[in-house]
Ligand binder design. Structure first.
Ligand SMILES: NC(=O)c1ccc[n+]([C@@H]2O[C@H](COP(=O)([O-])OP(=O)(O)OC[C@H]3O[C@@H](n4cnc5c(N)ncnc54)[C@H](OP(=O)(O)O)[C@@H]3O)[C@@H](O)[C@H]2O)c1
Length: 268
């Protein structure tokens, strides 16, 4: 039986991936996030589908906890076939709204979104190579196109893209696949507990969410990408178009990105 570690598995996309993988069977799951109670609840849902599950409360912003997560996975299940780097936090603020004394949260966000992935991936590497397994990075369309109001978040997701693209080439000879997923707007609570200009939970979303993708569909697309060992999963037609439009008409892409912001967070 294969073993899959999922970070950010207490809620949203990571929790839904865990439930879908558990329902399908054939995989032992190692679930990681900070909130032990919510993690235990997701683990219980997976166990009801007869999946072997280990919940490891983990803060991916701390390197030692990332390494302990991978060690715990291998100690329990004896192997590691897939690591899904999904844990992430969001933020919405214009750079000019952020006071100098608050700017440190840009670094905090980078520790979760980028460094958490780097530390987990580094610890997992020998095990993934032994299994000729796979890595998944849950980036964002904001990691393909810079999004106004999201300088910190876009920077962290572009960084993830650079890290995992380079690593994909490094790991090609070892037979380890790297799938980078680029969701658009997905119906989770990420923007509500994402950070505002002061680095506090925003409490509301700064985006128009009426056309958000369901979390079930997003998880299904990422799992399909894993099954096919795809390089990339770019989730919406708008995202695929935006990526190419950026090359030929970057000003148009900026206008569209501004239009996607709610009026109160627009810079005019
Ligand atoms: N939803 C979207 O529209 C969207 C779009 C594009 C990309 N994404 C990306 O998809 C991923 C999942 O997002 P989501 O929408 O499912 O968000 P979510 O519902 O807010 O879930 C985020 C998960 O990450 C965990 N997490 C946050 N900080 C953590 C930390 N320091 N250490 C360990 N776990 C941590 C949270 O658990 P705890 O709080 O218990 O730690 C939770 O399980 C993120 O990387 C996000 O950037 C989401």
């Amino acid at each position: 039986m294969k073993t899959c570690v999922i970070t950010g598995a207490s809620d949203g996309i990571g929790a839904e991936m865990a439930r879908q993988l558990a329902a399908r069977g054939g995989v032992s799951l190692v679930l990681a996030a900070r909130n032990a109670d919510r993690l235990a609840a997701v683990a219980a849902q997976c166990e009801r589908a007869d999946a072997p599950v280990l919940a490891v409360p983990t803060d991916v912003a701390l390197e030692a906890q990332c390494r302990a997560l991978i060690d715990a996975a291998v100690a329990r299940f004896g192997r590691l076939d897939a690591l899904v780097n999904n844990a992430g936090i969001s933020a919405q603020a214009l750079l000019e709204q952020v006071r100098a004394e608050d700017l440190h949260w840009y670094e905090d966000l980078m520790r979760v979104n980028l460094w958490g992935s780097v530390w987990c991936t580094h610890a997992a590497l020998p095990h993934l190579k032994a299994a000729r397994g796979q890595l998944v990075a849950v980036s964002s369309l904001a990691g393909l196109v810079g999004v106004p109001g999201r300088t910190a978040y876009s920077a962290s997701k572009f960084a993830m893209t650079g890290f995992f693209e380079a690593l994909r080439a490094e790991l090609k000879p070892a037979g380890v696949a790297v799938t980078i997923a680029y969701p658009g707007v997905v119906a989770t609570r990420i923007r509500h507990h994402g950070l505002n200009a002061r680095g506090e939970p925003a409490g509301s979303s700064g985006l128009k969410e009426d056309k958000a993708m369901s979390v079930e569909e997003c998880a299904r697309l990422i799992i399909r990408g894993m099954d096919l060992r795809q390089r990339e999963v770019v989730m919406t037609a708008q995202g695929r178009l935006g990526r190419w439009l950026k090359l030929i008409a970057p000003g148009k892409v900026e206008d569209l990105a501004l239009a996607a912001l709610k009026h109160e967070v627009r810079p005019y």
